[in-house]
Design a protein around this ligand. Structure first.
Ligand code: ATP
Ligand code: MG
Length: 184
């Protein structure tokens, strides 16, 4: 088995995450991609962070129509600060040694990997697939994925300013955000 892991805050999930997961899944012939929202990201502040249950629900709405996408609440259930090393250890235990685990990550996030807990061990435990993002050198990249200049922080800013977020994320997620008055 080949499993992709898409970790993040997903505050909220958007088409940048979904396109990246889908294309990597296809290119690396993965059996599935699991989206894992963090409870608390040790490197991010919690300003305007939607409740974990809201973020989880939005990921479920966004991924429901793709049979290759799964959602795991492992980090939310564990609670507190989420460390990827703990999650990968749990997944290796669950799936066994015959499963290859690939952590899908944007260049911006990978750039900070040195500051992650136990990053040396983590880099040995699973392979990293680094995708391109604005402002990061992509000249050496062998294959390129469709690149969408969308970020959760921009979406949150738009909501605060009353700008449209339509076409940046799935309609069901957009409706959920408005219904629950998130990011205002
Ligand atoms: P924020 O703006 O709040 O930091 P974000 O849009 O970067 O949010 P995260 O939840 O921080 O989203 O990202 C989770 C993962 O998805 C990271 O590895 C990040 O690099 C990647 N990612 C985010 N946006 C995109 C995008 N548009 N294209 C490809 N990868 C992305
Ligand atoms: Mg980010």
């Amino acid at each position: 088995m080949r499993i992709g892991i898409m970790g993040g805050t997903f505050n909220p999930i958007h088409y940048g995450h979904l396109v990246s997961a889908s294309e990597v899944c296809n290119k690396f012939k993965m059996d599935k991609v699991i989206f894992i929202p963090s409870a608390l990201n040790p490197l991010k502040n919690t300003f305007n962070l939607a409740d974990a249950q809201h973020r989880l629900k939005m990921i479920k709405l966004a991924t429901a129509d793709n049979p290759l996408f799964e959602v795991s609440d492992i980090e939310i259930k564990r609670g507190g600060t989420s460390y990827t090393i703990d999650t990968i250890k749990a997944l290796v235990k669950k799936y066994g040694k015959d499963t290859n685990i690939y952590f899908i990550i944007g260049a911006d996030a990978f750039w900070e990997i040195d500051s992650w807990a136990s990053s040396d061990t983590l880099l040995k435990m699973c392979k990293f697939i680094v995708t391109t993002r604005p402002g990061y050198d992509v000249k050496k990249a062998k294959t390129k994925i469709t690149y969408l200049e969308i970020s959760s922080s921009d979406i949150r800013k738009r909501i605060k300013s009353g700008y449209p977020i339509k076409y940046l994320l799935p309609e069901r997620v957009e409706n959920y955000i408005y219904k629950h008055k998130l990011y205002r």
